[in-house]
Design a protein around this ligand. Structure first.
Ligand code: RAM
Length: 310
């Protein structure tokens, strides 16, 4: 099985890959983890070209673009390679199944409520995202907008129109954070739904003793030193999901496709080892998915414990 991340040098993918690999190897399979040179669809297409010419049974991919990989992933499926995706889904025609780490709406709801709470219910907030094409970030941001427009309790929040992109690069994410503070003097909260972005913003805000606070999706191991309720810390709390579970469930789902236990159709079920039975459901994009669980909240009280894990 080939596991394809969004880009090299992102601890998020290394952590997910580790449990993916251990799970497949425990069942007697082999995994090759491959990263594109940059977090772009073009770079992933090069990787896929290379993988298709080899003898893989399956490719499990976190997509850098919703639509741009379709022709390549269809080519892979035509060659008899099973295509699953995890973390960031290519469109429904580009995959047989998507392993969703936590429901898209649930993630968006958690983030919107964190922004509302941390801002004190009003004022400006900005979003620091990954790349502009990133499938998962765009899905969460769209769902956040829908939630915000659908309930009056968010009406005193003001979005800074410019959604900014740090491209999942630490330096660019830092520069974008600095620019946001420069452009919006009253900025109350930055929400970064990317582990790379939140870690970079956390450091910048904390080093500069900014009054602007932070939330989003982060790795506890990278966020521990920035998490706290007081002025000395930039992030009161943030979210992610069970990272080990994500790697494991993605591995089991991909193996189930290879073994022919599932085809990826709605309502099929399969056993994911000691994680138990999972049922395939319809995803928001009308393709199918398996949802791992709920988003997890990391606070000053639990961040140290989770930081030992991921
Ligand atoms: C970054 C990546 C990844 C995303 C996390 C939250 O590491 O963009 O795709 O799921 O953040």
């Amino acid at each position: 099985i080939a596991l394809v991340g969004k880009a090299a040098g992102n601890a998020f993918f290394e952590i997910a890959a580790k449990s993916f690999q251990e799970t497949v190897e425990a069942e007697g399979g082999e995994v090759q983890v491959v990263y594109p040179e940059t977090a772009t669809a073009d770079a992933q297409i090069k990787v896929l070209d290379n993988l298709i010419s080899q003898d893989f049974d399956a490719i499990c991919i976190s997509a850098n673009d919703v639509n741009a990989l379709q022709a390549k992933l269809e080519e892979a499926m035509d060659e008899g390679i099973k295509v699953s995706s995890f973390d960031s889904a290519p469109n429904k025609d580009s995959r047989e199944i998507f392993v969703n780490q936590a429901g898209t709406k649930e993630v968006a709801q958690a983030l919107m409520d964190a922004v509302l709470d941390i801002s004190g219910g009003e004022g400006q907030f900005a979003i620091l995202s990954a790349t502009s094409q990133s499938a998962n970030q765009n899905a969460w941001i769209d769902a956040m907008k829908t939630i915000m427009e659908g309930d009056d309790k968010y009406s005193k929040l003001e979005t800074c129109r410019t959604l900014v992109y740090g491209d999942d690069e630490p330096q660019k994410s830092t520069d974008q954070t600095a620019a946001l503070l420069q452009n919006y003097k009253d900025l109350k909260v930055i929400c970064a739904p990317t582990t790379v972005g939140i870690a970079a913003a956390a450091k910048y805000l904390q080093d500069n003793e900014s009054a602007c606070k932070l939330t989003g999706l982060g790795l506890p191991s990278e966020m521990q030193e920035y998490t706290g309720d007081d002025d000395a810390h930039s992030c009161p709390y943030f979210y992610l999901w069970d990272m080990e579970g994500l790697g494991k469930l993605s591995a089991y789902a991909t193996m189930a496709l290879v073994k022919g236990d599932i085809t990826g159709a709605e309502d099929e079920t399969f056993t994911a080892g000691d994680m138990g039975e999972f049922t395939i459901t319809k995803a928001d994009d009308e393709g199918t998915e398996i949802v791992l669980g709920e988003p997890l909240q990391f606070t000053p009280d639990n961040v140290a414990d989770y930081a030992k894990l991921y």
